[in-house]
Every structure is written in structure tokens, then in C-alpha cells.
Design a protein around this ligand. Structure first.
Ligand code: GLA
Length: 687
């Protein structure tokens, strides 16, 4: 069956993903969602009547919540996907181009609605392109609206948070209202994240229907979940916040970001796994690689960066098995605190009189790669860059400029600013031979012109894209004060994310739980730092700190010069263990066995019959925990126990003695004989 199929009369179109079907019906006026669920054929979809509102009086929009791209004007009162002054649009035709359906809306301007099936996943990507022959102001321009099939009730799963408290998971009944998740900050934000999951209130981690959508954008954005009194629930996703308008000149076009979505019948865990799988196949550029174990200097040295101090840390890190050493903030300009120097990307002449090359070479001679922290979008007013180019910021001279962390935002909608940023980073890469950049962003927008809400992030994308083309060997970590810029748009251009500035391993369990709802564990960087924790003051045993960080991309961030010989020995052992299990954690499939809601939580990763299970106990005295494993082949035995038994009765995990946080890591492997002879494949000898 091809990925996109039309009914014989050509008006119902079915988009088939690996396990699901999304079907629409085109009429002259609009695109009506017909089906979004298990696989059905276009002919079957053609038999499904389009939804009719039970309320057809003179006060209702009869199709509110039941259109794929509602255009403002006429009897529609929900949020519009597209609004502009002057005129109507109608469906003028459609085209199927391989794995893509394009529906053409025509009238006072042109809008093309794109639907792209991503083969071998359950994801459909949607976006819209608008152009006009005359100047036009778009007061709304969404990527797409996803309409959830009619159910008796609707529940919304989403995350909220803030700096050092990202990823708090919420599951709430959808009110008969418009619920908007929004960033007016010019960046994805810590406050919420651009994805939603919807279910009818009965789905669990392991079962039930879930519809989920994620917006691939890193500037301001909004997602509005609308539930009407007529029983419809839909999700609109757009770049730009509620006050953002787009002015299009004749011949220009506005291209929305992608608003991707998927359906699963197997619960929230399956929804997460489907997102992770999609990222590996279609989002992450280097998904096939293993992310290195890194050391980052920030918590150890803060702004007190020196050649000697970094060497002392690097020598210890190398002995522990670290593969990449990253010098964080404080290496450049007059940056000895957050008050000055941002924008002056030259090694601090007092700290590095011969530049960074000698340090970088020394780090490489220790067997590690060299990486640097940068924050290219920002400037301290106390910097040579600002003194030379005060007009380069979003905050024009003469206009009130709110400083946050003593810094202003450079305007990446300006070509000269983008050229400067590229040339600066290109020079640093060549001068140091670095292979890794941690790209940070440490304040929200204020006093920004409306076009910056979208245009700045597009400018950032352009600079990163140009860098990656020029320096294909350089890998990039996305960061915005921790997890303030995590989304599918930035993941398409970077390799990993600094998840949170909160490195307290107990807090981190919740933060990582929120992160992995949509984003792959192989992108989730987690450092082991000192105890007590510098932010929360909590004391957490070293093995627990490791086991939490080993559930993502392991890094170290403590002051290794103060660690005892025993701690360093344990750290070396843990790093070695991580390097052994890393393919399973970074490339495997995640099952969240016990969410971190109570005192116990557990996660399982599986790859080709190799299993890793982490169990964490944050309080209480339990010494053994029984966890039911998931996703095993029931007929295969794993170290003598059948997959069926491990899934039905569970695995008993012993926790070490002690009060407070304790943890365990268990590895299991499929027994070769049973693995070889199980499943649908014939034994080799009979072939
Ligand atoms: C942000 C990052 C930190 C660190 C500091 C440096 O807060 O999230 O990891 O790089 O900036 O100023």
C-alpha cells in the first residue's frame, strides 16, 4: 500500500504511517479530518461521514474544532490557522507527491498545506506556506491544526517549569475553553514546552489511545488546545505568540515550522517511544553516533577559568575515562563575572596569554576532544562589541532596554549580525581545533520588534546550519540556562541538550521524566556533580548521582580536584560501566517502568536483546524492588529467565543498604540460543 492513497472518488485521502492512518476529506471550502487512529484503507475512510455539529443554530461555528486549517472570517469562532484582511480562501486542488500531500487553498492569497508521512514511523509532519501577490498582513499563521477524534472526554498531558525546575509533568482534564501553552520570550522557554498529548482520560503509560503533537520551533510559539461545547477537541500550533503578525511583501512567502503529530493505541510510553524513534530516523543529524562522556567545567570553576585550573581538571577527567573536555563560560574577553565581556569572543589575554590552542592541544594529548561554551546571541553592554555596535541589539539605543543577567540580545534577523556570528565562531573553531560547542542562551526577549519573535530563531538556525556545513565534524549542544531551548527545531540542528542547570540527582529524576516524554534519552545530557549540590544543597551518594546521569548522556561536572581517591576510583568504574551500556541507553528503547512520583522509580532500556534497568529509591527503607520488565520477547530467555516471566512476574532488584537515596543498575542479556531460535525467523540450518 502506498503511503498516501485517495478514495475512488478522489475526495477522501488516507495517509498511512507504519501502524496508523490519518484521513481527510476535501470539499470546496475546507479540509475535514475524517479519521486518526488504527490503519484503515482510503475506501474504508470514504465510508465515514464527516462530523456534523449537533448545534446548528445561528450562534455557532458549525465546523469549529473540526477543520484541518480554519481560515478566519465567516461563521468560525475558534482560533484561526490563518487570518488576514480581505477575502476568503477555497480548496483549489491537491497533489500527492510521494510521501507528501499538498492541499492548495486559493483566493485573496495562496496557502499550501503540506502533510508529509515519515516512512517507518507513525509521525505525520504538517506545515503551511502562505504567499500573496500584494502586500498583506497575516494576523494569524499557524503551521497546522490537528483535530482529535470525538471522544466523551479529553485530557491534556503537558509540562511546565522554570529555570532549574524544567519538565514538570501534568495531566489535566481539557476544559471547554481554549488552553494555550505559549512562549512570548523569543525562545522555546523553560515555562512550558511545545508539545501536547491528548487522551480520553483513560490512557496509562502502557495502554490506551494517545494523540500527540510537537512543534519544531525555537522562538516564540503557541499551542492552543480548544475544546468546544459541541464535543470537538483540536490543537493548533504556530510560530510566534498571540501578538505576532507577519507582514508579507509581494512575492514573499511565509513558511511555518513543522507541527508533527502521531497516534498510538498503546499509551503514553508508546507515544514517547514513537517520538524517540522519529528523532533517531528523521530529526537528529548524527543519530547513529554515540555521544561522548564529557566533562564540563562550569560547576567546578564558574567564571574563575585559568589555563592551570582547567589542566588540573582535565588531567583528572582523562584518568576517569572522559572523552570530551568542555571549558564553560569565563574563557573570553573581560568575562570574569556575568557583568562584562559577553560578545568579545577572544581568549582572555590575562588568563590565556598564548590563546587557547596550548590548552586545547594539551587536552587532546590527554586523549580527549576539546569543546567550548559560547553564547553568540548575547552581549554585555560592558563589552567592546556593544561599544562598537550598540545598534545590533533588539533593544535600540534611546529605547528603554531591560537587562537580564546584565545582558542584551543581538538581533539575529540582521544579516550583518549573522555574518559576524558565523565569522566569529568559524574563527574560534579554526584557532582552537575544537570539535564541540555548547551554544547557550541566557535571557528572554524584552522590547523586541514583533518580527523577532519568529525571525530571530530563524536567524539562529541559519548560523548553526552554515557552521555545520562548514565544519561537519563539530558537534553542538543546545542550552538555554539548562533546558530553555529544547524542541524538534533545535534538535534538527544540534546533537544533544543540556537538560537543566539543576544537577541534584533527586530533582533530576523528575526533570528527566518530563524530558523523555517526547525527547530521546540519547540527547539528554546529565552531569555528575559535587555533593552537597550547589543549587539545592542536597546530599546524594555518588552511585545514585551516577545512576541518574547514566540514564541519559553521561557527563561529569564536579570539582574533581576535591574528590577523594575512593570517589575517583568509583567514578572511573562508573564511567567504564556507562561506556559499556551506552549503546543501549543512547540508541535503545526506553520503558519507564515506575514514574518518579513516589519514593521508587525505575527505567528500562533495551537494544537487540540487551537490557539495562535502573532503580532509584529516594526515601524509605525498601531493600528489594520487583519491577515488571517491558518490551521483551516472551519466548526468549534472559540469563535463564523467560521474557514472559520477566514481564508478568518481574525482576527482583536488590538495593544497597543505607538511608536516603540509593539505586541499582542491572544488566540482562538474551541467552544466545533462545534468541537465535525464537521469533518468526527460521533457524539458519533450515534455510
Ligand atoms: C547557563 C548554562 C550553564 C552555564 C552558565 C554559564 O546557565 O545553563 O550550564 O553554562 O550559563 O554562564
Amino acid at each position: 500500500m502506498s503511503l498516501i492513497e485517495s478514495s475512488p472518488d478522489g475526495v477522501t485521502i488516507a495517509l498511512h504511517t507504519a501502524n496508523t492512518t490519518y484521513a481527510v476529506r476535501l470539499d470546496e471550502r475546507t479540509v475535514r479530518p475524517i479519521h486518526w487512529g488504527p490503519r484503515i484503507s482510503a475506501a474504508e475512510a470514504a465510508e465515514i461521514p464527516a462530523w456534523d455539529s449537533p448545534y446548528q443554530d445561528t450562534f455557532e461555528g458549525w465546523l469549529d474544532g473540526a477543520e484541518d486549517f480554519p481560515v478566519g472570517g465567516g461563521a468560525m469562532f475558534g482560533p484561526a490557522a490563518l487570518s488576514f484582511d480581505g477575502g476568503d480562501l477555497h480548496v483549489a486542488g491537491h497533489e500527492i507527491r510521494g510521501d507528501e500531500l499538498i492541499v492548495r487553498l486559493r483566493g485573496a492569497l495562496e496557502a499550501d498545506l503540506h502533510y508529509r508521512v515519515r516512512p517507518d514511523t507513525d509521525v505525520i509532519e504538517r506545515w503551511s506556506v502562505v504567499r500573496a501577490g500584494h502586500e498583506v498582513v497575516l494576523t494569524d499563521h499557524a503551521a497546522a491544526v490537528w483535530c482529535v477524534p470525538v471522544r466523551d472526554d479529553y485530557r491534556l498531558t503537558h509540562v511546565t517549569g522554570g529555570w532549574v525546575r524544567e519538565g514538570r509533568l501534568h495531566r489535566v482534564e481539557v476544559p471547554e475553553a481554549e488552553t494555550t501553552l505559549i512562549s512570548r520570550r523569543g525562545v522555546t522557554s523553560h515555562a512550558t514546552n511545545p508539545w501536547v498529548m491528548l487522551d480520553d482520560g483513560t490512557a496509562t503509560e502502557e495502554s490506551g489511545e494517545v494523540w500527540t503533537a510537537a512543534l519544531a520551533f525555537s522562538g516564540s510559539w503557541r499551542i492552543t488546545v480548544s475544546r468546544t461545547s459541541a464535543g470537538r477537541c483540536s490543537v493548533l500550533g504556530a510560530a510566534g505568540h498571540d501578538r505576532t503578525v507577519t507582514r508579507l511583501l509581494p512575492g514573499e512567502q511565509a513558511v511555518s515550522p513543522i507541527f508533527a503529530a502521531l497516534y498510538t493505541g498503546d499509551g503514553f510510553g508508546a507515544a514517547s517511544r514513537a517520538w524517540h524513534d522519529y528523532q533517531a530516523k528523521y530529526v537528529l543529524r548524527h543519530a547513529g553516533e554515540l555521544r561522548p562522556v564529557l566533562y564540563n567545567s562550569w560547576e567546578a570553576t564558574s567564571f574563575d577559568v585559568s589555563d592551570e585550573g582547567q589542566r588540573a581538571l582535565a588531567e583528572r577527567a582523562a584518568k576517569l575515562g572522559v572523552e570530551l573536555f568542555v571549558v564553560d563560560d569565563g574563557w573570553f574577553g573581560a568575562r570574569t563575572s556575568d557583568r562584562a565581556g559577553l560578545g568579545d569572543w577572544f581568549p582572555n589575554p590575562h588568563r590565556f596569554p598564548d590563546g587557547l590552542r596550548p590548552l586545547a592541544d594539551h587536552i587532546r594529548s590527554l586523549g580527549m576532544d576539546f569543546g567550548l561554551w559560547v553564547e553568540p546571541e548575547m552581549v554585555n553592554p560592558d563589552s567592546d562589541l556593544y561599544r562598537a555596535h550598540p545598534d545590533w541589539t533588539l533593544h535600540q539605543p534611546g529605547v528603554r532596554a531591560t537587562e537580564l543577567r546584565n545582558q542584551l540580545v543581538l538581533d539575529f534577523t540582521r544579516p550583518d549580525v549573522r555574518d559576524w556570528a558565523f565569522a566569529t565562531l568559524d574563527r574560534i573553531i579554526r584557532e582552537t581545533g575544537l570539535s564541540f560547542l555548547k551554544w547557550d542562551f541566557n535571557r528572554s526577549f524584552t522590547q523586541a520588534r514583533p518580527q523577532s519573535a519568529i525571525g530571530h530563531a530563524q536567524g539562529v538556525y541559519a548560523v548553526i546550519d552554515q557552521l555545520r556545513t562548514t565544519h561537519p565534524g563539530v558537534r553542538v549542544e543546545a542550552c538555554a540556562g539548562g533546558g530553555g531551548r529544547v524542541d524538534l527545531g533545535i534538535l534538527a540542528r544540534t546533537d544533544q541538550v543540556w537538560t537543566s542547570d539543576n544537577t541534584d540527582a533527586v530533582d533530576r529524576l523528575g526533570i528527566q521524566h518530563g524530558y523523555t516524554q517526547v525527547y530521546a534519552p540519547g540527547t539528554m545530557v546529565a552531569w555528575v556533580t559535587d555533593s552537597p549540590n550547589s543549587i539545592t544543597g542536597r546530599r546524594v551518594p555518588l552511585p545514585f548521582r551516577f545512576h541518574v546521569a547514566m540514564a541519559g548522556v553521561l557527563g561529569l561536572g564536579g570539582d574533581l580536584t576535591t574528590w577523594t581517591p575512593d570517589e575517583l576510583d568509583l567514578a572511573a568504574e562508573m564511567v567504564a560501566r556507562y561506556r559499556e551500556i551506552r549503546p543501549i541507553v543512547q540508541h535503545g528503547t526506553l520503558y519507564r517502568l515506575l514514574p518518579p512520583e513516589g519514593s521508587l522509580s525505575a527505567s528500562q532500556y533495551i537494544l537487540d536483546g540487551r537490557i539495562v534497568v535502573f532503580v532509584w529509591r529516594v526515601s524509605g527503607a525498601a531493600r528489594t524492588v520487583r519491577v515488571r520488565l517491558r518490551g521483551l520477547d516472551p519466548a526468549v530467555t534472559y540469563q535463564g529467565v523467560s521474557g514472559a516471566a520477566l514481564m508478568a512476574a518481574g525482576l527482583t532488584v536488590e538495593l544497597p543498604p543505607g538511608e536516603g537515596p540509593v539505586s541499582a543498575l542491572v544488566q540482562l542479556q538474551a541467552d544466545p540460543l533462545t534468541a537465535q531460535f525464537s521469533g518468526p525467523a527460521e533457524p539458519e540450518s533450515l534455510k
